[in-house]
Every structure is written in C-alpha cells, then in structure tokens.
Write a protein that binds this ligand. Sequence first.
Ligand code: ADP
Ligand code: ADP
Length: 220
Amino acid sequence: GGTVEVRGLSKRYGRTVAVDGLSFTVRPGRVTGLVGPNGAGKSTTMRVIVGLDRPDGGSALIGGVPYRELRRPVCAVGTTLEASAAHPGRSARDHLRWMARAAGLPGRRVAEVLELVGLASAARRAAGGFSLGMRQRLGIAAALLGDPPVLIFDEPVNGLDPEGVRWIRGLLRSLAAEGRAVLVSSHLMSELEGTADHLLVMGRGRLLADTGVRELLAAS
Ligand code: ADP
Ligand code: ADP
C-alpha cells in the first residue's frame, strides 16, 4: 500500500532543529497538503521521507517499509533531478530513457509518461531549452516512470504561470483519483485549498494542525 507514516520524526542541522517530533499519516487516494512558512521544515520532512536525508529520531515508512527498502521508487519532484542542466543538449526522451535505465525500469514507459505530462510533441527537443514549466513536467515524467504508489511534490507550482499551476493541480487530483498517495508542499495556504483533501500545517518543525479541508472550511 501507499500509506506514508511519519512517526516522531526529528532532524537537526547543527543547532537548528528543522523537524521536531513530527507525526502524521498520508493516505492513498487523497491529496495531502503540507503547508507552512519558509523554514517550517517542509522540505526536510520530504527529504527524509524519500531517503535524501537521515532522521536523527523517529521514522518515516512507506507501506510499512523505509524508503531505501522500496522496490518501486517514490519520487520527490522539486527536490531531485536537475539532470537536464548537466546535459542540456539531450532530448527529453533520451533523459527519460537514461533515467529509466539508471533506475532499472523498463524503457517502454517513456512514451507513456511523456504523453501523461503533455510533452509528447516535445520529446525530441533538447531539454536544455525547456521553460521552467516544461522542466517541471519532465521531472514529473521521471517520477512517474516507476508507476509509484506515492508521489511527493516539494513546492511544485513555484514560479509557474497560471496555466502551469492549473495543470499541476489537475495532475495532482488525477494521481490521487488513481489511488496514489500524493503529498504536496506550499508556503501558501491559498495554493493548497482548492487542491488538497487534507492539510498538515507546520510551523517551526512541528505540526500545528492535521485536518480535512472540508472540516476546516466548515469551521471557518
Ligand atoms: P472521506 O473522504 O471518506 O469523507 P475524509 O477525507 O473526511 O474521508 O477522512 C476521514 C478521516 O481521515 C478524517 O478524520 C480525516 O481528517 C482523516 N484523514 C483523511 N486524510 C488524511 C490524511 N492524509 N492524513 C491524516 N488523516 C487523514
Ligand atoms: P521549509 O521547506 O518549510 O522552508 P526547510 O526544511 O527547508 O523548511 O528548513 C527548516 C530549517 O532547517 C530552516 O531553519 C533551514 O534553514 C534549516 N535547514 C534546512 N536544510 C538545511 C541544511 N542542509 N543545512 C542547514 N540547515 C538547514
């Protein structure tokens, strides 16, 4: 299953306590928003979930196992993959082929994920010339290669134009509707209100609220 369980998670950098005893659950079939001001600990939490950082205490499990033991990778869009910068002349399709091979995944998914993110017609173009929105889509395509049960998006709409924002929202909704667990962060509550089913509000490394969006709107 794609349930993410974060229990008593702590992470410090030197004297800075980035995450302080955090516990929450991200359920399949829903978009869960992680919201809080800059410095609240959102990225650190996501990095620990996907194994890019080790916690000092507590645990983050995906379907009951730590990230490093997963066979299908859970992917963090926004926190990973700047491969297109390293090889600007490489086509979108070749980037994805390369990434599929590196992850031990079949190359036949490449055409499918390019289609899913709306890059099919740009598949042969050099990714180095892509706009921010197109690079974002390429990163998402890479995340979808392994057909992961959980998808984690760190501030995915940052810097996108309104059309890009709408597209990301629709994508998050459809990924959740397919039964995946979707965790998405933002420093703006307004960015998540219309997208998330459930909200986790963070401040100073701690959880301030853990609530369904409908409950929240009904109470305000
Ligand atoms: P339904 O869609 O069946 O009405 P809800 O979305 O209201 O279910 O969720 C049922 C319960 O589970 C609520 O208490 C809700 O707050 C909680 N819940 C839902 N999603 C999450 C989540 N991602 N993390 C933690 N609790 C959640
Ligand atoms: P957010 O994503 O909510 O903006 P972060 O997780 O990036 O928050 O940061 C939480 C705190 O941890 C901040 O005080 C930040 O400066 C600090 N921090 C994050 N990553 C590092 C790092 N690699 N080295 C030192 N401090 C860090």
